[in-house]
Ligand binder design. Structure first.
Ligand SMILES: [Zn+2]
Length: 339
């Protein structure tokens, strides 16, 4: 049986939140279980956003115990959304990312067998994002980087970011794409819809733009893992392909949109067995990886059981999803990849 590699899990180190407090971006209310995060950090249109805070977010021992309970051998941790720091000026953005990456690297150092990391990079300044990606991968040992679905509301297919996609290919590291800055914030303000509806829709929009803008065509070695089963994109891909056949606006792309699924990976977080089976059928078992979204309540309790329950898969296809896929493309995993 393959080792289980969780490609979608969050951690918020104390050293990083202390730095954000010092810079005036947040007000921590740990005792009361929440933190107020300023729009100056997130780029949201609200003044401040109240986020839950609990010990599983910053206590490595508790996280080790939870991973053990969930039968996860290796968990790749990254910041939760809202913390990427894309809104401030370039210099501040770089300082925020450096503080985050140093703090996550120090966390991983306490339990390197169990944890690895996706870095965060200041995408509002592509050249700084390249420099920080290189530092994070080459000096701190990160497995790749986490990116949001927009840069504080601006689309990611801006050609100014080509230098960053190029660096990812050069370093041969994947990106983990996590939604933030959700669509239609006025109409998703109720019923937790900014997450339930906004997150998967945001990821779908991100992927559709990146495909149609030709980013994957220009960078055929660029690999991305899409959170939450890819959001809406696996379920609208037929529509995108049809649009490609009939609409002149889409014709800059030389091949149908679904061609570029071969550069994408999708985590297992769909919360629907039939949808997970559809996802595996549509993108193949080679392109699905485990995600748990822990420690948040929208996550998965038993990722191995979830994969075991997908009907009609061979043992090797299940192993591929549980960990072999992640091992094969997370080439910077060093000791793990070589083992
Ligand atoms: Zn998440």
């Amino acid at each position: 049986m393959s080792m289980c590699i969780d490609c979608h899990a969050h951690f918020l180190p104390d050293a990083f939140t202390a730095e954000m407090t010092k810079r005036g971006f947040i007000e921590m209310h740990k005792g009361e279980g929440y933190v107020m995060v300023s729009d100056a950090l997130t780029g949201y249109s609200r003044d401040k956003i109240r986020l839950p805070h609990f010990s599983l977010l910053d206590d490595i021992e508790e996280r080790n115990a939870l991973a053990e309970e969930q039968r996860i051998d290796k968990q790749i941790i990254c910041l939760p959304p809202f913390w990427f720091g894309y809104k401030p000026d370039a210099q501040t953005g770089l300082a925020i990312c450096r503080a985050a990456n140093d703090a996550i690297a120090a966390t991983i150092e306490q339990s390197p067998q169990r944890f690895a990391g996706f870095a965060t990079v200041p995408l509002q300044s592509p050249k700084d994002a390249v420099a920080e990606l290189k530092r994070a991968v080459e000096e701190l040992g990160f497995w790749g980087a986490e990116i949001g679905t927009s840069i504080a509301g601006k689309p990611m297919d801006d050609p100014a970011l080509d230098v960053f996609w190029h660096a990812c290919c050069d370093l041969d590291v994947p990106l983990f794409v996590h939604p933030q800055h959700e669509l239609a914030s006025d109409r998703t303000a109720d019923f937790y819809l900014h997450n339930l509806y906004g997150n998967p829709s945001e990821t779908g929009l991100f992927a559709a733009r990146m495909i149609f803008a030709g980013v994957f065509e220009r960078f055929p070695k660029l690999n991305m893992i899409l959170a939450h089963g890819g959001g809406t994109i696996p379920y609208i891909i037929g529509r995108l392909d049809h649009g490609y056949r009939v609409r002149p606006e889409t014709k800059a792309l030389p091949k149908p949109p679904s061609t570029y699924f071969k550069q994408l990976y999708f985590d297992t977080i769909t919360h629907d067995d039939a949808m997970l089976k559809y996802l595996v059928d549509r993108v193949s078992a080679k392109h699905v990886v485990v995600g748990t979204d822990r420690p948040f309540d929208m996550g998965i309790d038993d990722p191995r059981a979830l994969v075991e329950a997908i009907p009609g898969l061979s043992a090797s296809e299940r192993d591929a999803i549980i960990g072999d896929n992640a091992r094969s493309f997370l080439s910077r995993s060093m000791p793990l990849a070589k083992s």
